[in-house]
Design a protein around this ligand. Structure first.
Ligand code: NDP
Ligand SMILES: O=C(O)C1=N[C@H](C(=O)O)C[C@H](O)C1
Length: 250
């Protein structure tokens, strides 16, 4: 059976790549390309069953609520989500009028990134020191990346569960913010550099040793198998799913 798909943010770097991937995928039909100024209503959604949102952090949550109200299942790659915005989507999906609708939100659809996040969470409890460095193209509007936030959050949870305290750090003066953002106690550094696409390095240290976990998306093609898988699977899930790992047998 064919799944009819609408792409929101279709003119963007990811949206345009997703449109092509949907057109190339067996069993998927691209029925709508929407971007800024297009209403998310029946007229513009072209009978789509699943919408894919790659827009901007400021609008993605409102888009998802509108798409649920329009009767679609939704796959979201846009970043900027928080535990509060996830909760609002969960609440919306529990309303009787949203019965049967499902949403999958993933900060990163590349297999290498999903694995790197998993490896980092597994390793976190074994190292005194842990930091995250994310490196992206200079057109990116948010920092740190959604992937880095998810990585740090999962590592912090693993460290807390293992009873680890803060990483050692004698810094007393940092007037320029050189130690980066601190997410759940993990320092996260963001690099923006012409020529890059999407990269992340997780560094973990113990006396006399270091573990480096690195993922590189050199091309947006790296995200497409994950997006296509999510489009195919979202309709058979219940409620809100966070992370592509929920669909993979890792
Ligand atoms: N989960 C994943 O695997 C990945 C996630 N991302 C995330 O995806 C998002 C998009 O990234 P990218 O494609 O590089 O960004 P772009 O800026 O290239 O694309 C965003 C598109 O959304 C459009 N847009 C803005 N507001 C709306 C709106 N209200 N309704 C519909 N369309 C709108 C923009 O239009 P305009 O330019 O006119 O404002 C633009 O065409 C980011 O949050 C990024 O972090 C990126 C790569 C992988
Ligand atoms: O903006 C991007 O390009 C990317 N955004 C996502 C993020 O913020 O984690 C995923 C990937 O890093 C590419």
């Amino acid at each position: 059976m064919t799944i009819r798909v609408a792409v929101v943010g279709a003119a963007g770097r990811m949206g345009s790549t997703v449109c092509q991937a949907v057109e190339d995928a067996e069993g998927l039909e691209l029925v709508a390309r929407l971007d800024v100024g297009d209403a998310l209503d029946a007229e513009h959604l072209g009978g789509a069953q699943v919408a894919v949102d790659f827009t901007v952090p400021d609008v993605t949550e409102a888009n998802v609520h509108a798409l649920i109200d329009a009767g679609l299942d939704v796959v979201v790659g846009t970043t900027g989500w928080t535990s509060e915005s996830y909760d609002r989507i969960r609440e919306h999906l529990e309303r009787p009028e949203a019965s049967g609708r499902s949403v999958l939100i993933a900060p990163n659809f590349a297999l290498s990134a999903v694995l790197a996040m998993g490896f980092a969470a597994k390793a976190a409890r074994y190292f005194e020191s842990a930091e995250v460095i994310e490196l992206h193209h200079p057109g990116k509007v948010d920092a740190p990346s959604g992937t880095a936030v998810a990585t740090a959050t999962a590592m912090a949870a693993a460290r807390e569960q293992a009873g680890l305290g803060p990483s050692p750090d004698a810094t007393e003066q940092d007037p320029h913010g050189a130690r980066g953002a601190v997410i759940e106690g993990i320092h996260v550094h963001a690099v923006r550099l012409r020529g890059l696409t999407a990269h992340e390095e997780i560094v973990l240290g113990n006396p006399g040793e270091q573990l480096t976990i690195r993922t590189d998306s050199f091309d947006r093609a790296s995200f497409m198998p994950g997006v296509v898988l999510a489009v195919r699977e979202v309709g058979s899930r219940q409620g809100l799913t966070i992370g592509l790992e929920a669909l993979l047998d890792l």
